[in-house]
Structures are given as C-alpha cells and as structure tokens.
Design a protein around this ligand. Structure first.
Ligand SMILES: [Zn+2]
Length: 106
C-alpha cells in the first residue's frame, strides 16, 4: 500500500468517526458535554463519538487512530494501540523532563 492509499484510508476513517460523533450528539445532545478520561490518550474527552473496544472506551480522536490502525493492519487489537500510545506518552514525558533540565542548567 502506498502513501496515497494510506492517506485515503485516514481521511475515510476521520469522516466515519466524525459521523459517529454527530450521530451520538443527535441521539443524546448531552453526550457532547459529558466528559470521560480516554484510556488511550489519557485526556479528558467528550463522550460523543467515543467507542468501546474490548471493554475499553476510547475517545473520538483515538477511534480514528484505532480504525486506521486496523485497516492498515498496523494493530490487531485495541491493546496494541494502547501500547503504542503508551510509548508516545513516555516519549512526550521524556521530552518534557529534558526541557526542564535545559531550563535548570541555564
Ligand atoms: Zn483518546
């Protein structure tokens, strides 16, 4: 699969996830303002558009990542995505600590 095809899939998944969010809001307008902590990205996100995979609720943004990952065969379960995100979170934390060190040295 080439880069263009990958981008097409990502765009399709974004459209699908966005539609899920709109459907949720239409069905239950409160869901747009009900927040939960996404177990994937760890951020407070709107309940609207979130999806439960294997008992794990993930936010609309992470749904795009999950569905894209499944389609491209990069992940086989939601746990794979969680693990991936965990690495990214660690990476972000490491950068933050390094930044802190630089500021302290000056
Ligand atoms: Zn998320």
């Amino acid at each position: 699969m080439n880069r263009e095809e990958e981008l097409k899939i990502i765009e399709d998944m974004q459209a699908v996830a966005n539609q899920m969010r709109l459907d949720d809001i239409e069905e239950n307008p409160d869901s747009e303002f009900e927040m939960f902590e996404c177990q994937c990205c760890g951020e407070e996100k709107s309940l609207a558009g979130s999806v439960v995979y294997d008992g794990i609720r993930v936010c609309n943004d992470c749904v795009v990542l999950a569905e894209t990952g499944f389609s491209l065969g990069k992940i086989s379960s939601i746990n794979d995505l969680l693990k991936n995100m965990e690495d990214k979170k660690l990476e972000a934390q490491c950068r933050f600590i390094k930044q802190d060190e630089i500021e302290h040295n000056n």
